[in-house]
Design a protein around this ligand. Structure first.
Ligand SMILES: Nc1ncnc2c1ncn2[C@@H]1O[C@H](COP(=O)(O)OP(=O)(O)OP(=O)(O)O)[C@@H](O)[C@H]1O
Ligand SMILES: [Mg+2]
Length: 454
């Protein structure tokens, strides 16, 4: 970490230099305001000790510049004994703390230690922010909600470690995307090799993973490396791990514990180092209860769990995702990029998205294709189910149970909705049925059942 000492007293600069070097910091010094300004233009400091009275101006000036440039530098001002107002002013301008001169070294050490903690927090946030921006810019991932930023933050923290990662979340929430991001940031020289345990027949899965020797089974016409070996010094991504057959789970566990395995049909053991990332959209706990998944394997693969929230719990990302996908597909289909109407977004913002981001992506693709060239995207190009299932669920933990039973509650709701629709449709039954998204026949049937006269 780097610290800048700005003070016109040469002796004090020297004392502070020694003090900070002993704390293991890199020190730069400046004897005037001008030198101080030059220093912050050339380098970014974690910490700055700033004397308020300098020969060519006020220390406050430097503080102002640090703030204007939005530098993350933590500033501690040093004021002459008794000039408390200037300290107050400095705090208003964003100084983090102040010290009075002559400096009390014990106090200095205390304040500096806390300031450095603050600095590392600020720098960590900046680093995180920079990475988030980088991801956004590369256009791979939209990550705008608090929840997703948390996810990415954890992903980046575990990326460079050896920890196994289990990514959970509903289908289409971006599990594979996160797995790739973790691998990309892991600094591993090897590749990410992905295998979907659900889409490969059980008998083949083993051979795919471990490889085989010529003649190990019918059809094994030559020696073949398995995916584990392909993922050497990289990442092995086990998608839909919940579907891995039990016999294979035992073998996998052994490999995870020892780093050793044999190709099918071979007796010689091989060793491979690889990072394991698994993903599942089913609750593995239930599989364990049912004896379909080994508990010991579960704990092996779940060094850390990253849960991706469903899209309906991060609706604030919908506009950005739409923007991203509109961009992508208008390019792909060679169309001018259409505007997106607020009605289009409003309709989407009420939808449940059982298929999450993947579904949204498909919806936007379809909309881009269906829209006439040059026309803005409007709700007409949305699929019907968006309106049918447009119920934002009542996330209400204290929803009271109906005292008269479910049927009577539903019936009274049905009655109210039907009457409301009839009113809105000015008594036109066909229109009222449309408003409710049901067929005219079904509407008539309900009128009769509930004995409503229009
Ligand atoms: N945050 C995001 N930003 C941009 N695109 C996203 C984002 N999340 C998901 N996608 C896109 O949505 C689609 C589905 O993502 P992905 O394949 O990672 O989901 P998944 O969770 O692995 O789904 P499944 O469980 O069905 O395998 C992909 O096309 C992916 O690029
Ligand atoms: Mg997937």
């Amino acid at each position: 970490m780097k610290v800048l000492v700005v003070d016109d007293e040469k002796g004090l600069r020297r004392v502070l230099s020694i003090f900070f070097s002993e704390l293991g910091l890199e020190v730069a010094t400046a004897g005037s305001l001008k030198e101080g300004i030059k220093a912050i233009e050339e380098e970014i400091f974690h910490l700055c000790i700033l004397d308020m009275r300098l020969p060519d101006g006020e220390g406050l000036e430097l503080l102002k510049q640090i703030r204007e440039k939005r530098l993350p530098t933590v500033v501690i001002v040093a004021t002459a004994f008794g000039s408390i107002e200037s300290a107050v002013k400095a705090m208003h301008l964003g100084a983090w703390d102040y010290l009075t001169k002559p400096l009390d070294m014990d106090n200095l050490e205390l304040v500096v230690k806390r300031a450095l903690e603050q600095a590392s927090l600020r720098f960590e946030n900046i680093e995180l922010h920079r990475r988030l921006e980088e991801v956004q810019k590369r256009g791979e991932m939209v990550c705008a909600s608090k929840a997703m930023q948390k996810v990415l933050e954890v992903a980046y923290r575990v990326a460079p470690t050896e920890l196994s990662v289990l990514i959970t979340g509903e289908s289409g929430t971006g599990k594979e995307l996160i797995a790739r991001e973790i691998h990309r940031k892991s600094g591993r020289p090897g590749e990410l090799v992905a295998i979907n345990c659900a889409s490969i027949p059980h008998e083949l899965l083993e051979a795919e993973l471990f490889g085989y020797r010529k003649g190990a089974f019918t059809g094994a016409s030559g020696d073949r490396k398995g995916l584990i070996e392909e993922a050497k010094d990289g990442t092995l991504f086990l998608d839909e791990i919940g579907d891995m057959p039990l016999e294979l789970q035992a073998k996998m566990l052994r490999f995870l514990e020892t780093g050793r395995f044999k190709r099918l049909g071979e007796t010689r053991e091989r060793r491979v180092k690889t990072r394991i990332i698994s993903a599942t959209n089913q609750p593995i706990e239930r599989h364990m209860e049912e004896g379909r998944f080994r508990e010991d394997l579960y704990y092996r693969i779940k060094g850390i769990e990253i849960h991706l929230p469903p899209l309906r719990e991060r609706r604030e990302e919908i506009p950005l995702l739409v923007e991203r996908f509109v961009d992508e597909f208008s390019r792909q289909y060679n169309k001018p990029k259409p505007m997106v109407t607020t009605e289009f977004l409003a309709a989407l913002s009420r939808y449940r998205f059982p298929g999450n981001v993947r579904e949204l992506r498909n919806i936007v693709e379809r909309a881009v294709v269906l829209s006439p060239e040059g026309a803005p995207l409007s709700p007409e190009v949305l699929p019907e189910e968006v309106f049918k299932k447009a119920v934002v669920e009542a996330d209400d933990p204290v929803l009271p149970l109906p005292p008269g039973g479910l049927d009577s509650l539903l019936e009274s709701q049905e009655r109210r909705l039907i009457i409301k629709a009839l009113k809105e449709a000015k008594g036109v039954k066909k229109r009222a049925a449309e408003l409710l998204g049901i067929s005219f026949r079904s509407f008539r049937y309900r009128l009769k059942k509930l004995d409503i006269e229009s």
